[in-house]
Design a protein around this ligand. Sequence first.
Ligand code: HEM
Ligand SMILES: [Cu+2]
Length: 639
Amino acid sequence: MRFFSTSFFRGLIAQIAGTVLGMGLVMALRVILGLPLSSAVEAEDAHIREIIVVGGVLVGAIAFLIGAGVFTDWFKWARGEETSDDHTPDPSKPNWMRYFSVDFDHKVIGVQYGVTSLLLLLFGGTFAMLFRIELSGSGITFLNSEIFKVLLGYDGPHLYNTLMSLHGIVMIAGILLGVGAMSNYLVPMLIGANDMAFPRLNAFAFWINVPGAAILLSSLFFGGFDTGWVGYPPLSLRAPLGMQMFLIGVYLVGLSSIAGSINVIVTTLTMRAKGMSLFRMPIFCWAALATALLQFSATQLIGLSFQLVMLERLMGMSFFDSLQGGDPVLYQHLFWFYSHPAVYVFILPGLGVISELLPVFGRKPLYGYRWVALSSFGIAVVSFFVWAHHMFVSGMSPFLRIPFMYSTLLVAVPTGVKFFSWAATVWQGKTIFKTPMLFALGAVVIFLLGGVTGPPLATIATDLHLHDTWFVVGHFHDTMFGGFIFPFVAAIFYWFPKMTGRMYNEKQGKIQFWLMFIGFMLMSNLQLVLGLLGMRRRVVDFDAALGFDTMQLFVTIGGFMVFFGMLLFAYNIIRSWTKGEVAEGNVWDSRSPEWQKPNPMPLHNYEQPFEVVGEPYDYGLPNSQYVNMNPAGSSPSAH
Ligand code: HEM
Ligand SMILES: [Cu+2]
């Protein structure tokens, strides 16, 4: 069977073997050190088991990467052997196998990221649907079903907490992979490079997500965890073993984010086509660059805070447990110093996609290109000074809340630049309403809602009331859907012909848009209202006398509409990939270089380098030209 020879499969086998081996090693080490392997005291026994399992899982993750062949070239190089620079696929293998193998082509890696991202979003969405069913009415009914107890060993409120926590973090992992998909697939193509600067590092950055995601999801079967996606101690110090799977899984995904960002930074700064100054880059590349700088500099902090929690659980150190002299608020500072900038890691690429698509479908120049480009950097910089707006009620110094309030509100300035540019770009244009454009416009509307619900949360007086209510949930779903989910869907539709050489189904795309847009509006607006009325987030039940039942039911219905929209999306993609209409040439009449090449994109993007001779978004202006694909004197180059 051919499948067995793919990296994916070999990696999984190695991971299982590695986990068993790792557990054995920890046990052997304990025996040598004269430590017990079990205990009659229940808590002590669970602690020993946790040490053994965590050791195994860590070794298993490394075994996956070795088994998949991610390090093969590096091992060769370390031994002083030649490594091949030839990235062409093995002609004896069918093409689809590339996607399950370690491959250095940025386009393959981009698609790998994208498919994994969609899978994670579907997992996370399924978790949400499960607990949304529970929330559609008062009383605890659905999650108390016997079947969960049999399958997982727990049910009821703890299951609710686990599903809610996993939903949050799996969605975030899915979004991070989606960001990887967009920047890996698009950046080299948009700037005229043939690949990323460090193809092997790029493959490593993708593949480490696979064991990471598997470990994160396995938490469900290790007793789950009940801390929410933030993992605040001291709760996270007492949560079941599943907590460790959360910490390790997210750690690996974070490592991927850091490794991946290095490639984006170096590629955009050094590999642009002739004549492409920074201010002539397609606008998405500015967003990708600002994003990568954030990923590179902020992600370390969440890695550190997770490491400290792991050490505290495993070794009995005390950083955060106030009973042992630690400080739980310290964790919140470390956590949000990453996690606030992280929300911009999710949305900057999405906003870049919006700016990229509006001129194409509006047939007008992008208004204020330079300001839009710089606004991504403005947002990135300000995002480092606002983290404590998540901590207004944490008990930190009341005085400190004031500067954080003002710095948070400052984000509206660079964000506003983008909104004005979008409005001016589509103003009086001859807009073409194809599916990608619908999703881009829907994103603008939804993100605007996210923007106006931010200031009440950033203002201390109102946040004291709204904190930890469903208003917060409504706010960040607005920003996530407007800032990432809708633009991501738009991007996949828009570049689908480039990826596959085929066209998606327009009618299904439009049905999907209306399902998702209406469903989302229903869901998030009612979430906001419920929050204003005082519905607390992260609780499994509410009193029927509050009169929330009907509204909660409609939130659930809206949620399911979004979910079905995504299922239709998956169907559309899978079907059109093999059976869609063949898409030839410049499907969207776009000016950017990748659309001047055949579909799907040739193996080595631009065998013959092109030259940039004008501005990127001068749609509709007479005699304007962006790229000259056949500059005089150019000849096919080696890749
Ligand atoms: C106008 C800009 C924004 C402002 C002023 C703002 C403000 C805030 C504040 C103050 C909170 C904390 C509320 C509380 O817990 O009581 C919050 C929560 C949150 N925001 Fe924003 N925000 C903005 C934009 C964004 C963006 C762009 C995203 C992401 C795409 C985002 C994602 C989130 C998330 C995920 C939470 C919930 C975090 C949690 O679980 O506690 N926000 N926002
Ligand atoms: Cu924040």
